[in-house]
Design a protein around this ligand. Structure first.
Ligand code: NDP
Length: 451
């Protein structure tokens, strides 16, 4: 960046911080994008005069609401719900719902902002949104989850619709929760429409939606490795998380010949030097999804594995790493440990798992680094395909969908190369993804005038 740009950039970020006090995650996400966009728009007058960067970093609207529900003891509980409708320049708002005690307006604004560029990168007509609640599903009975989901939808329904805003799952929201929310939406509106994605196959869901994010992150990783004439065969992988994204990323790594060494949850990580193969993964999936168990119990089941309480897996030596749990789970020092231990590629299955310092460590070391908005876009891409199937009222076959997912991830990789190629064999995928996503949304906004 030129010195004048630095001054403008600092002034821009000061404004973002002033307008969004205490919203550190949102400010972090805007900064990561703006760092790349400032260079890109330097000589493009229209983006400046129309204040596109300023407008794109302000959500279209943020809806906040009370969610009351009754627990199994008959006590009344009160939670807060939100839907952030960030930008619908290229299609209806689209993005997941997260139920986790750490959810607040800042987290959802950052996720909705990221989602806007991610959705643009897929090439499908989807705007960006995100929502959720500070409700903690852990330890709740199935009936309590159902009552909460119904109460949440009783307010949310008036803000969404198949051509307006189409939510999906995220942390704490899987097929069960989507089922309860879809049932309540249908009951209130008397309408059967594609208003949510991630639905069960019996009522409009799409094949391969559960696998899509994790598989997609590995496809992207494979595409990055291919630029170095390498592949996943024989490579060791360190993965964080043990939910939907982590377990499916691990599955695909195994299918492509790699060996997964770790998985984690909020209690710590397990290290299995023998590798977490399909049989072990099936146990993890069942244990986490149906028994709502903890990853620490893996070591009681499989000998040779160790559990590391309260720790993250980034010090384990590996060829590739996939952070697949949550935001800011891979910090600067973790990134330095990965680079020092010879890790050649990182693909973010989660949203913004690497903090800004970590991103700069990877960029400086010039390793292959795929930001979440590119690498984990497979999930929302198949959600987009679920919307198409719902509109067409015809489900597509698994083969068709697998091919489409592969093609979409390949297309995203190509878009990143177009804008992130630094010459000399180094691709800045963060920059590539930011610019490609920004350009599509920004050009649509220009076409609409000042609205
Ligand atoms: P799940 O709820 O299925 O799994 C989340 C995993 O992350 C669990 O293992 C959970 O552990 C762990 N985790 C959650 N919060 C923390 C924390 N604060 N510290 C440590 N570990 C934590 O969610 P998903 O797999 O669906 O989502 C994971 C990430 O991927 C999120 O960032 C999400 O936004 C992103 N993503 C998901 C998509 C999808 O299709 N599902 C699409 C694109 C992105 P525990 O059980 O202890 O809570």
């Amino acid at each position: 960046m030129a010195i004048a740009d630095h001054v403008d950039f600092n002034r821009f970020m000061e404004g973002v911080k002033r307008r969004n006090p205490h919203q550190t995650e949102f400010v972090q996400a805007v900064q990561e994008v703006a760092e790349d966009i400032f260079d890109f728009i330097e000589d493009k007058e229209e983006y400046h005069s129309e204040q596109i960067l300023r407008r794109i970093s302000e959500p279209d609207r943020v809806v906040s609401f009370r969610v009351c529900w009754e627990d199994d003891n008959g006590s009344i509980r009160v939670q807060r719900g939100w839907r952030v409708q960030n930008n619908n320049a290229i299609g209806p708002y689209k993005g997941g719902l997260r139920f986790h005690p750490s959810v607040n307006e800042s987290v959802l604004k950052f996720l909705a902002f990221e989602q806007t560029f991610k959705n643009a990168l897929t090439g499908l007509p989807m705007g960006g949104g995100k929502g959720g609640s500070n409700f903690n599903p852990k330890g709740k009975s199935t009936r309590e989850i159902m009552r909460f989901c119904q109460s949440f939808m009783t307010e949310l329904y008036r803000h969404i619709g198949p051509d307006t805003d189409v939510p999906a799952g995220d942390i704490g929201v899987g097929a069960r929760e989507i089922g309860y929310m879809f049932g309540q939406y249908k009951r209130i509106t008397n309408e059967f429409s594609g208003v949510l994605t991630g639905k069960g196959l019996e009522f409009g869901g799409s094949l391969i939606r559960p696998e899509a994010t994790g598989y997609g992150a590995v496809y992207f990783l494979a595409d990055m490795l291919a630029t170095k004439d390498a592949d996943l065969s024989g490579k060791t992988a360190v993965i964080s998380g043990s939910g939907n994204v982590a377990t499916h990323a691990a599955e695909k790594i195994g299918q492509l010949g790699g060996k997964v060494l770790t998985l984690s949850d909020s209690g710590g990580f397990i290290h299995d030097p023998d590798g977490i193969d399909q049989e072990k993964l099936d146990w993890v999936k069942h244990h986490k999804t149906h028994r709502r168990g903890r990853i620490s119990e893996y070591v009681d089941e499989f000998s040779g594995a160790t559990f590391h309480e309260g720790k993250r897996p980034w010090n384990v030596e590996c060829d590739v790493a996939l952070p697949c749990a949550t935001q800011n789970e891979l910090m600067g020092e973790d990134a330095r440990a990965l680079v020092k231990n010879g890790c050649m590629a990182v693909s973010e299955g989660a949203n913004m798992p690497t903090d800004l310092e970590g991103v700069h460590v990877f960029k400086d070391a010039k390793i292959l680094f795929a930001p979440g908005k590119a690498a984990n876009a497979g999930g929302v891409a198949v959600s987009g395909l679920e919307m198409s199937q719902n509109s067409e009222r015809r489900p597509w076959s698994e083969d068709e969908l697998q091919k489409m997912l592969r093609d979409i991830m390949h297309g995203i990789h190509q878009r990143c190369l177009t804008y992130g190629d630094h010459g000399g064999g180094y691709t800045d995928y963060v920059k590539g993804a930011n610019i490609a996503g920004f350009k599509k949304v920004a050009d649509a906004m220009l076409a609409f005038g000042v609205v």
